[in-house]
Design a protein around this ligand. Structure first.
Ligand code: FAD
Length: 460
């Protein structure tokens, strides 16, 4: 069933004729997100520019029981904003204003479609700091970050999106607009609905405004890059740094395959004969970071680090960080299909998990580049494959199952930051357990009784 002419006319009346796309060639860019091998044309795309429009659009969808897939920038890596059949896409990318920066309360209020970079820049222009920095931050929206509870390279020290959300404006499927949270540092009045919507992946409501906590920026930063001949040496260095009670702001890792792809792509000058690379950053008061950097260097050397580069200035720090930031783009150039996975294990299990992934690659004869937020125990085994090769895709599927199984066996999780969406919905039940999944279903039914929001995502 295609969307009816009456329905489309009503969408145009609410949002304006220029804000509704229906021609196939215009819909194609909205038929996929950042996840490989998932595509579905929507019936239409509508761009909302105000909360009132979002409310009117959801009311219409609810009355007609039409499925809505909310979309920010479509950089998601679990298929969350991939359209479902017979839906329309509600895109918030044009609701992109920074509405208020409150220096007295250290908060920032933005429309959900503002990019993460715009939020970070607005904070920096006011002499403040918004720490969550997903690798996609130049493009991803703050609403998408909240909906996925995104992490970033600074998560180890500063936490993830959830730690900075103070309030949300959310439109419910009925069209009702609710505010949850406020500028108070402490507030325990009732259930934390704010926390319910964080990470809800477009299944419970449409986030239209986000109130964020900002912090003072660290006065200084030191960036180092260490290379290792063996993976275990890098993993041991991470364990030793944490055990020494140092919490660096960044502790990121690339394996050999990723190092080679990055060097080919970004020409950062990385050594190609090493098995692992650690990007280590410490920030804070100059005297503290000097001490922490010296300790981290000593620990890396004790574990046999082959080369250690220390950035002399900001430009060099950016160049070293480029190695990590460009990992996904660099890997994506190598083969027709790039499937980026996302498992997290307790940090004490990292070395074993990395070895396990390498063993799985060998066993199934697959090319996997692994990189990730080593300080968080969050790894991104990235399959360089070809979705047109059915036999190889079968082996990829087997490899996934083994990797997720091992992550769970080690006390880890099936996704540390990319969410469940479509990609992980088949294994959520194995991880979450019966009672939590039942409560999730009941919550979803209570907020969206007609099941119009992102149907088929997360669980059926
Ligand atoms: C190169 C690259 C690097 C990345 N690096 C990271 C990283 O370091 N850390 C990380 O966590 N992720 C990372 N990601 C994944 C992705 O960027 C994040 O999940 C991001 O938060 C998605 O934002 P978006 O605006 O693109 O959302 P979309 O992809 O458009 O949507 C994602 C989900 O959120 C829902 N949604 C979007 N906006 C709203 C809204 N306003 N209200 C309700 N629901 C909404 C959608 O329905 C969907 O389920 C990366 C992706 C790429 C391509």
């Amino acid at each position: 069933m295609a969307l009816s002419k009456d329905f489309l006319d009503e969408l145009r009346r609410v949002a304006g004729p220029d804000q509704v796309l229906t021609r196939a060639e215009d819909l194609i860019p909205y038929s996929f997100d950042g996840t490989a091998a998932l595509q579905q044309l929507p019936g239409a795309v509508v761009f909302a520019t105000t909360t009132e429009q979002v409310a009117a659009i959801l009311k219409l969808a609810n009355q007609t029981q039409t499925a809505v897939v909310t979309r920010g920038s479509g950089t998601g890596l679990s298929g969350g904003s991939v359209p479902c059949p017979e839906c329309f896409v509600l895109c918030l990318a044009r609701m992109d204003k920074i509405l208020e920066l409150d220096p007295a309360n250290l908060t920032l209020l933005a429309q959900a479609g503002a990019t993460t970079q715009a939020v970070a820049d607005a904070a920096a222009n006011a002499g403040l700091f918004y720490p969550p920095d997903p690798g996609s931050m130049r493009i991803s929206t703050i609403g998408g970050n909240v909906a996925e509870n995104s992490g970033g390279l600074r998560g180890l020290k500063y936490g993830i999106t959830r730690n900075y959300v103070m309030g949300l404006e959310v439109v419910l499927p009925s069209g009702e607009v609710l505010w949850t949270g406020n500028k108070c540092v402490k507030d325990v009045a009732g259930y934390s609905l704010r926390d319910l919507f964080i990470g809800s992946e477009g299944t419970l409501g449409v986030i239209t405004k986000v109130l964020l906590r900002l912090i003072p920026p660290p006065p200084a930063k030191k960036t180092m890059l260490a290379t290792f001949a063996q993976m275990d040496q890098a993993a041991q260095t991470v364990s030793d740094i944490i055990a020494a009670r140092i919490i660096p702001c960044t502790l990121e890792f690339l394996d050999r395959t990723t190092i080679r792809c990055v060097e080919d792509f970004a020409k950062v000058g990385l050594p190609l004969d090493c098995e692992a690379l650690l990007l280590m950053e410490t920030d804070g008061a100059p005297v503290v970071i000097a001490e922490e950097a010296a300790q981290m260097e000593a620990l890396a050397r004790k574990n046999g680090c082959r080369q250690l580069l220390v950035a002399r200035d900001d430009a060099e720090a950016t160049r070293l960080a480029t190695a990590r930031r460009s990992a996904f783009s660099a890997l994506a150039r190598v083969s027709p299909t790039t499937i980026l996975e996302d498992v997290t294990v307790p940090r004490s299990e990292l070395a074993g998990m990395i070895r396990f992934i390498a063993g799985v690659a060998q066993k199934h004869q697959l090319k996997i580049g692994t990189f990730g937020h080593m300080g968080d125990g969050n790894l991104h085994p990235t399959f360089l494959t070809n979705e047109r090769n059915a036999e190889e895709m079968h082996r990829v599927e087997l490899a996934f199952q083994e990797i997720f199984g091992e992550a769970m066996r080690l006390g880890g999780t099936i996704t540390g930051e990319h969410g469940v969406g479509l990609s992980k919905k088949g294994i959520l039940h194995k991880f979450a357990g019966e009672a939590p999944l039942r409560v999730m279903r009941e919550l979803r039914r209570a907020l969206d009784p007609k099941g119009i929001l992102n149907p088929g995502k997360m669980f059926d």
